[in-house]
Design a protein. Structure first.
Length: 136
C-alpha cells in the first residue's frame, strides 16, 4: 500500500520541534547582536579618533575629542565642535573624558574609553603616542 502524505499530527509534531529549536536559539542570537553592535560602535569611535589624530597632523592644530554618556564631540582648537550620538543602547562608562591630539600626532593624556551595552564592555585605548586600538 502506498502512503499518500503526512497526517496532521505528524506535521504538528515537526512544526513543534522546529519552533522549539528556533526559540532555544533566540537568546544566543540576541547576545550575538548586542556584542556585534557594541564592537561596531567601538570600531567606529576608534576610527574617528584616528581621523582626529590625522586631522591634527595635517592641519597643524590641536584636535580634542570629548565623550559623555551617549555622545561625543570633535573640536579643532580654532573651531566649533562637531557632535555625534552613539548607537541606541550603547554608552560611555565613567565620567566625561577627553583626549587632545597635538599637531605631531601625540595624545594627551593617554586614555581608555569604555563603551557599554547591557552587561558587555569594550575598551578603546589611546596611547600617549597617539595609537588607537579596540580591546574586547
Amino acid at each position: 500500500m502506498r502512503h499518500q502524505g503526512h497526517s496532521l499530527i505528524e506535521l504538528l509534531v515537526v512544526l513543534g520541534i522546529v519552533l522549539v529549536v528556533c526559540f532555544s536559539g533566540a537568546p544566543a542570537i540576541l547576545s550575538f547582536q548586542d556584542a556585534w553592535t557594541l564592537h561596531a560602535e567601538a570600531a567606529h569611535f576608534a576610527a574617528l579618533l584616528e581621523q582626529a589624530r590625522l586631522q591634527a597632523v595635517l592641519t597643524n592644530v590641536t584636535v580634542q575629542v570629548r565623550a559623555w554618556d551617549d555622545h561625543y564631540s570633535i573640536r579643532q582648537s580654532d573651531g566649533e565642535p562637531n557632535s555625534f550620538l552613539l548607537t541606541s543602547g550603547v554608552r560611555f562608562d565613567g565620567l566625561p573624558k577627553s583626549v587632545s591630539f597635538a599637531s605631531h600626532g601625540t595624545a594627551s593624556p593617554g586614555i581608555t574609553f569604555t563603551l557599554v551595552r547591557k552587561s558587555r564592555r569594550t575598551l578603546v585605548v589611546v596611547s600617549p603616542a597617539g595609537r588607537v586600538r579596540v580591546e574586547s
